[in-house]
Design a protein around this ligand. Sequence first.
Ligand code: ZN
Length: 609
Amino acid sequence: MLTWRDSAISQGTKVHQQFRVAMPEPTNHLFEVTLDMTEVAVGSPLLLKMPVWTPGSYLVREYARHLQDFQAWDPRQECPLPWRKINKHTWQIETDALESGDPLKKIGGWLRVSYRVYAYELSVRTNHLEGTHGYFNGAALFLYTPAGLNHPYTLTIQPPYPDWQIATSLLKLSNSDETETFWAANYDELVDSPVEVGQHQRIDFQVLGKPHQWVVWGSGNLDSQQAVADTEKIITTTAALFDGLPYSHYLFLIHLSADGFGGLEHKNATTLNFSRLNFHDQDRYQRFLALVAHEFFHAWNVKRLRPVALETFDYEQENYVQSLWFCEGATSYYENLILLRSGLITFSKFLSLFSEAITRLQKLPGRHIQSLSESSFDTWIKLYRPHENTPNSQVSYYLKGSIVCALLDLHIRYLSQGSRSFDQVFQLLWQQFGRIEKGYTDQQLQQIFEQVAQSSLQDFFADYIYGTRELDYDHYLDPFGLRLVGKYSQNPPLPYLGLHLASDGSNKISHVDMGSPAQQAGIWAGDELLALNGFKVNPSHWLERLKDCAPQQAVSLSIFQQQELKTVWLPLGLPRADLYEIEDLPEISPEQAQLRQGWLGDPSTLLTL
Ligand SMILES: [Zn+2]
């Protein structure tokens, strides 16, 4: 079938916005960008803007801060055009001197803009250029005119050396000895298509009749053949859920870095950053596969199936959304479910990952303060900008979102006696919203859940998504013959103090639980822990020393606070559970076993078998 896009290209639709990206000296970390605009109205000031954020990463990053050497001119007359910045990310160009292609109508002006962008931040949502490769995200590189957002673009890329290859999910139009030219239907597609240029490993493979590419920059202990084989399973399993693949082709772009971790989703691609030597260890490799499954799942959830607030992106400011608990939380829940259904993790591994997530959440005092919908709405100022009080005041919509989505799945399975599940929620949402890329409202999202559950979920949403009520795990686990057991990670259990040392091995306190004995004694983040009961504290032996003390015993702690030596006395609290594990109930009925099998799909339904 010929798409609009194919026919537009084949009919030679004239493109009036043409980008060219060169990187003649990669070690200066500067991308050289040229934008040619034709059909410019003569006499009207032209505004060019740089996005302040990129979809998928909800933080204002001020990409314009890396732009330099801006110039504008009329190539026909080779004359510069006056311009000035009118705010942090907008350039205004005066076009009075522009020669018009059609003097009567004052249109058809040809305007060229050039600038350079400094690129030395290796992350999936920024730009990176150095001696071995160049990588860019369109939102961090390309200026746009508001009027041109919905019109097509061409992108010509000039690698610096003949042996540097180009990888992108954009459609290739042509190539010459020195350049390759690609096509984007509009600005959204242009910035949703990351580009990798350099020497990289590339594997082409087909799944369900569609071409996929696996491109790796960097070296490490990744076995790409094995990873591609496992990724094929992830693709097939996810496609089975949504009844097909929503794209014509897909690119997996992997950056092997020193100690990075992260992924960014796109409609027809994903960029994954993973620590280069972390592929041999089984748990870490499974973490990598979960990252692959997560970002790939986004090809549906959030890239095509989106909340109405993300239906049309506003690149100039924050786009407020209350339902990132669904976009990211459900995706995080399904990343492990997809691995389980693909045979890439066992069901006991799946449950242990679920238990670990619960342990992380239950350690956060902030779960009593911030709801999931608030976490989502405020992501622009909170989730991406953590500080020492974050554990006390926030929850992550990834973490709690994934747990709440798991409980929703269990609830629907229980209410329907195993005949329906979260899968049907996704299938209905896909049919009604995702397939046609119509945004859903928060009310419509809840209604779809209720339609599948065939029951009101008003209390569930009010308590767990819009409220901060403690999650009643056992209520939802019990019908599956499971329960949550709180345990102590240390033996004997640690008396409760509520201070946490930094993970860098120093004696710096990273954060203190609000309401804890440490906080009430005046200890806070940034203090240096020196001595317990008058004896020097060694961070590596700190917990052992604490075990020597009895709960409710008064102890002295010596600290440096703002470089001032202080000693405080405080009573230690009773031990608190700091490890949660999902376990079998002592007795499991056939109904419970059957429900569990429907969820986890494993015939050996008992954890203890
Ligand atoms: Zn995600």
